[in-house]
Design a protein around this ligand. Sequence first.
Ligand SMILES: [Zn+2]
Length: 292
Amino acid sequence: MSINAAPVRSVRVITTGSGSLHPEHMYGSRKPTLWWVARSKEWINIPLNVFVIEHDDGLVLFDTGMDPAAAIDQVDYWPSRIGRWFLDHIFRFDIGPDDRLATQLAAAGYRPEDVTVAVMSHLHFDHAGGVGDIPNAELHVAPDAWDHLIRTPHPERDYVPRERILVPGARWKLMEFEPTDDPDLAPFTEAHDVMGDGSLMVVKTPGHIAGAVSMLIRRADAPPVLLVGDLTYSEELLMRDQVAGTGDRGALLRSFAAVRAMKANLPDLVVVASHDTTASEKLDATSVSAFE
Ligand SMILES: [Zn+2]
């Protein structure tokens, strides 16, 4: 590790409810997308996770989870009928009002006002739904994700509900990707340094949707963790090159290869996907105290 200081004290996961998707969505399918969206009868449950990083300079989130309104007030939240039909056939939600970010942060012992930074892996509704719950946070977003949000005529058709995400008063910050030859980051050659101390480094892992990124967490005396958002549903799928049924297959495979190359350099690297059902066990196993 090239980091000597230990600004990251802990990495935990909380969840903002759960949802279900089709196996064809998680594991990919030879069938056309529209076929399995309309016909598949099987559902797999996944958590809608948010990662909480205690850093010396403040509380940092990786993603903000789901807004319960997207499940509870669907007609209001998703004005387009066709969008609701697809949503109904792509995701099922198991979400209650208490699953909102502010409530789940409080339940885990954190004050939502204490969140100083939220790093957005991408802007899908189940990742950007809690931006209104953390009033003091600077929201770090990749330039490509921001362009898609602002310039696409109908980002909601990609499940990026612009009017919900652009919360009045929110402080957005475009990530600044700088060239780097940091050996821990290879083969990635540019990164956004979230806290300015090298402990939280964002790299571009395109393929899932515009501006999708991953974040490397480096600690002095615990294994590094790579949070990959929705690049994959689990490390195992990434390791065996099994891409999901949505997104840009070629770009996903290139991003998979880059993450595997990073892991070859950092053998103890722990890769955690946003909807990984084992995220909390994986993080517990890498916690600092587990290595003392
Ligand atoms: Zn997503």
